[in-house]
Design a protein around this ligand. Structure first.
Ligand code: SAM
Length: 273
């Protein structure tokens, strides 16, 4: 990926993604399902990051931190002395400083070229950020997180899969529902990109790619984070019965972790060093 593309991603987040809109939410929050019916499921999935993190330590790296926008995100570094937020967008870090103050250290930088010495961190998280790099740079981003992580410690990474099975299965049904409601059926490229900020660069990977390219370089474990995409939530989860349905989904994710980790929308990738 060229520096020009990274520059565009940075400009997008500086000027649009991390600007607050009239309702007080960041523009970026529109890619999340914020309806009350989905709240409990989303809350519990965000806390699942703790399944991949040792809860206490000195420095926690948050690579591509954004503004640490949701309350649950603060829990990740609760047991750490400092949270080091690294982001390519200065606006993200200004907002993060507002939200976590002295608990944070704020570094403008590129997560594929971390400006830290090896073994500097007792833990690391990176949520929805590596996908902004070209696929050729993903191994470098993982290698960088692994390099700066102390031996015996873990990192928790969340990124969406490319065309996971559950989304492919849901799509014909969504197409039918769109038709019945008088809307045109979306083209594949349109639904694939629906959860990604328009105007930024996004590349997603498959489980096979991850195991081959990253699993061969370091010890990783793929766990479920959130198998239901925002698009599926919005189409299928209705106020009546939706909460119970999502409780069931969350339970299923726990009972069949391997299936949901690899076939749902978002895995939790745990690096063990
Ligand atoms: C979708 S947002 C996610 C933010 C936050 N982790 C969250 O889950 O709310 C992606 C973030 O990654 C940052 N980012 C994108 N490319 C980056 C890079 N090469 N190096 C560092 N940060 C990057 C963006 O500026 C943005 O803040």
């Amino acid at each position: 990926m060229t520096n020009e593309t990274k520059q565009k991603v940075r400009e997008f987040y500086d000027e649009i993604g991390w600007q607050q809109e009239d309702d007080g939410l960041y523009q970026n929050a529109r890619y999340e399902d914020l309806r009350p019916v989905s709240r409990e499921y989303i809350h519990k999935t965000r806390l699942r990051v703790m399944n991949g993190l040792i809860p206490t330590g000195r420095f926690l790296l948050d690579a591509g931190s954004g503004p640490v926008q949701y309350e649950e995100y603060k829990v990740y570094s609760q047991g750490y002395q400092k949270r080091v937020c690294l982001d390519i967008s200065i606006q993200a870090l200004r907002e993060a400083r507002e939200r976590i103050g002295d608990h944070g250290l704020f570094v403008v930088g590129d997560l594929a070229n971390l400006p830290f010495k090896q073994e500097s961190f007792d833990g690391a998280v990176s949520m929805h950020a590596i996908h902004h790099l070209a696929l050729t740079e993903h191994p470098r981003a993982y290698a960088e997180i692994h390099r700066v992580l102390a031996t015996g410690r873990t990192a928790a990474i969340v990124n969406g899969w490319h065309e996971p099975l559950l989304s492919r299965m849901a799509e014909p049904l969504i197409g039918l529902m769109r038709k019945l409601s008088g809307r045109s059926v979306k083209k594949k490229k349109e639904w694939l990109n629906e959860e990604d900020p328009a105007g930024t660069f996004v590349r997603k990977m498959t489980p096979e790619w991850l195991k081959r390219e990253i699993g061969s370089q370091m010890k990783i474990e793929i766990k479920p984070w959130r198998s239901v995409s925002t698009r599926i939530l919005r189409w299928f989860v209705r106020p009546f019965g939706g909460r119970v349905f999502l409780k069931f989904v969350f339970w299923l994710e726990g009972v069949f972790p391997k299936f949901f980790a690899e076939n749902g929308q978002y895995p939790l990738i745990v690096i063990k060093k």
